[in-house]
Each structure stands twice: as C-alpha cells, then as structure tokens.
Design a protein around this ligand. Structure first.
Ligand code: SF4
Length: 204
C-alpha cells in the first residue's frame, strides 16, 4: 500500500513532542486562504512510497520519540496512514496527526479507515488555517482556532507547557532552502534576504 508523500524529514525537533520523524503527505482539497503549502495541494503523485518501506525507515531512525503526519491533508490518505500509524505504535512510538478538518466532523464519518486513523493517533491537531486568526503563540500551530485533542494517554496538555513555536531551516544540496516548524516565515525571509523559503506551513 503506497502513500503519496510531499516530503520526509527523518529527525526534527519542531513538529511535536521530542525528536520526530515527519511525513508531509501530498494532496489537500481544502485550499485555505493564506496557505503557505500550496505545493502540497495537488493530488498528482509526488513520491509514492510503500508503507512497509516507510516503516523500515522509521525503525532505522535512532533517537526519535514519535512520528508526525502533516500535509497536505493526512485525512485524505486515511487507509495507508491508519495502517502505518498502527505499525508505528506497535514499536512504542507516538503519533501526532495534523488535519485541516474539525475533529467533530471527523468523528461523524462512517469511513472505517478514517476512524482507524483517529484510533491510532495519540494527539490530533485539528482545524484549518484561518489567516485572520493567525497566531504563533502556541506550539506548532499557526491560527488560534486550531485545537490539541489528546486521543490517548500518551501525551497530555501539561507536556505542552515546555514547547514553543520554532522554525528549523535546512539548506538542501541543490541550494534550495526548506524551513519547517511554525512561526513568522515572512519575517524570516526578510532577515535572510530571500524572496521565498520553500516551506511547509501547517495547520495541516
Ligand atoms: S493550510 Fe493545510 S488544510 Fe489548508 S489548504 Fe493548506 S495544507 Fe490544506
């Protein structure tokens, strides 16, 4: 079973609790105003990766505390992600899933795979990015409507207090710059004198 992947970072400190293996999925039909990740909207195959290969990559990555799914929209690829999440949890790692949808709507769905993904998620961060509600004061999120929903006992609200929004910047071999995490990317671009950082902005 394959997942359409936009990008993978094998170890980052700015996408959830501790060090995390992050998978940005390709494809999002939401098209929020002000989305900084329009590169992830298309559902055309970007990198189709078998979930068994992804699981091997995760197992081989030492010093990670968990896996984060972002996008794009993870809930548009529920079948592959629900199975991968279950495998990841079986080796004791936690799952954080971002979604542009509301938890209350997701709960109503009769899609079994979607419910499996919810079941196999430890922390869900829900809600679309709303430009008018932009707010970087909370960890990992970009607008004030977004919520942290703890779906298992793995993580809790108290743990959030030691986390703030941060941005990591990587310079790729081809000279492109990739920034991840959450914060004022426009300000960062100005400071670095760049027209645009190729980045993933998440609500997602
Ligand atoms: S902000 Fe997230 S949910 Fe909204 S369009 Fe962008 S990727 Fe999709």
């Amino acid at each position: 079973m394959e997942l359409n992947v936009f990008k993978i970072i094998k170890n980052t400190k700015v996408e959830g609790f501790g060090n995390r293996f992050c998978i940005w999925v390709q494809g999002c039909s939401k098209h929020c105003k002000g989305c900084y990740a329009s590169e992830t909207w298309s559902f055309e195959p970007k990198q189709l990766i078998d979930i068994d290969i992804l699981f091997e990559m995760i197992k081989n990555e030492k010093n990670i505390d968990g896996v984060t799914f972002l996008g794009g929209e993870p809930f548009e690829q529920v079948k592959a992600l629900s199975v991968l999440a279950q495998k990841v949890q079986s080796i004791g790692l936690g799952i954080i899933t971002f979604t542009g949808q509301n938890y209350d709507d997701l709960k109503q769905s009769d899609d079994k795979n979607l419910q499996e993904l919810l079941k196999n998620t430890d922390l869900l961060i829900d809600g679309e990015f709303i430009e008018e509600k932009q707010d970087f004061s909370r960890a990992w999120v970009g607008s004030s409507n977004q919520r942290y929903i703890f779906l298992s006992g793995k993580y809790n609200e108290k743990m959030l207090s030691s986390y703030k929004n941060k941005i990591e910047v990587r310079i790729n071999k081809d000279g492109t710059i990739f920034a991840n995490g959450m914060g004022d990317f426009t300000e960062l671009e100005k400071k670095l004198g760049l027209q645009r950082i190729y980045r993933v902005h998440k609500d997602v």
